[in-house]
Write a protein that binds this ligand. Structure first.
Ligand SMILES: NC(=O)c1ccc[n+]([C@@H]2O[C@H](COP(=O)([O-])OP(=O)(O)OC[C@H]3O[C@@H](n4cnc5c(N)ncnc54)[C@H](OP(=O)(O)O)[C@@H]3O)[C@@H](O)[C@H]2O)c1
Length: 266
């Protein structure tokens, strides 16, 4: 059973204040995990904590992933006060809704800072103690967009592709030392991701996309993802028919190039 894998594990989860992260926290708490939860918004984190089956087994550490000094400070603090950590779920992220021609390079940097650099900085912080103990599990929230680029997602797709390169290498280096790495690639999930997505000047889109609105619920995603993680899967694809895009690009790239050129809906 998946739940026994998480029982009393100490898990640090980023992006816990809403959407997928919040749903993962609720399920993990039901499974008996001890949670350390982070994002920028302390009040929303407190609301997440209160909604858990075991709020007494949850600690809050606000963090701003766009600020490298803050990432260094908070990750040192978490390690010192709560370590050793059994599992890191690097879930926080921001998306994008604009064309390359309209997107300031500063916005690309912001996407890379939050989705990639902060993500790997936290993993590197926890890695030595995992190596010392010969155990640990890195869980990374990528996306279908981690495998293929789509219109209006250039910086987002780049940041998610970068995660695959980094964590495939990390897995190869550390699997022999007992450390697992699982990359999750969701399709459309019903969260505020499109509302919070950055437009070309860095302001949020402030609009719910049709595809996101019709997507899988975060609770369903959480159950499926945590089952796959407990089985030690290296990659997990979860969502609707958009998941097929990964296989089409892999086995029929010519068809992917044709479909994606005409892809209109964000
Ligand atoms: N929803 C989808 O369709 C979908 C599909 C594929 C992949 N994903 C991935 O799933 C993950 C979670 O997204 P979601 O769908 O749950 O979206 P969401 O509801 O917008 O949640 C994003 C989370 O990231 C946190 N976050 C954003 N910027 C941050 C920063 N600078 N510092 C710290 N935390 C920050 C937010 O918290 P604060 O605002 O409190 O900081 C929030 O908890 C992301 O990595 C996303 O790329 C989502």
């Amino acid at each position: 059973m998946a739940s026994s894998y998480y029982q009393n594990k100490k898990i640090w989860l980023t992006g816990a204040s809403s959407g997928i992260g919040e749903a993962l926290c609720k399920t993990l708490s039901e499974y008996g995990a001890f949670l350390i939860i982070s994002s920028r918004n302390g009040e929303s984190l407190e609301a997440t904590r209160k909604s858990l089956a075991h709020p007494e087994k949850c600690k809050i550490y606000p963090i701003d992933l766009s600020n490298p000094e803050n990432v260094e400070k908070v990750s040192s603090l978490v390690l010192k006060a709560e370590g050793p950590i059994d599992m890191l779920i690097n879930n926080a992220g921001i998306s994008q809704r604009d064309y390359v021609i309209n997107t300031a390079t500063e916005v690309d940097r912001q996407l890379m800072e939050v989705n990639y650099f902060a993500n790997i900085a936290i993993a590197k912080k926890l890695l030595p103690s995992m190596l010392e103990r010969g155990s640990g599990h890195f869980v990374i929230m990528s996306s279908v967009t981690g495998h293929l680029g789509t219109p209006m997602r250039s910086g987002y797709a780049a940041s998610k592709h970068a995660l695959h390169g980094f964590y495939d290498s990390l897995r190869a280096e550390t699997e022999p030392n007992g450390i697992k790495t699982t990359i999750i690639c969701p399709g459309y999930i019903q969260t505020n991701i499109s509302i919070n997505a950055l437009t070309g000047d860095g302001s949020p889109q402030n609009k719910m996309d049709e595809n996101t609105n019709k997507g899988m619920t975060p609770n369903n995603l959480a159950i499926k993802a945590l089952n796959g993680v407990a089985k030690g899967k290296k990659e997990i694809y979860i969502g609707g028919k958009e998941i097929l895009g990964i296989y089409i690009k892999r086995y029929m790239p010519w068809l992917y190039y044709r479909i994606i050129r005409n892809y209109k809906k964000p």
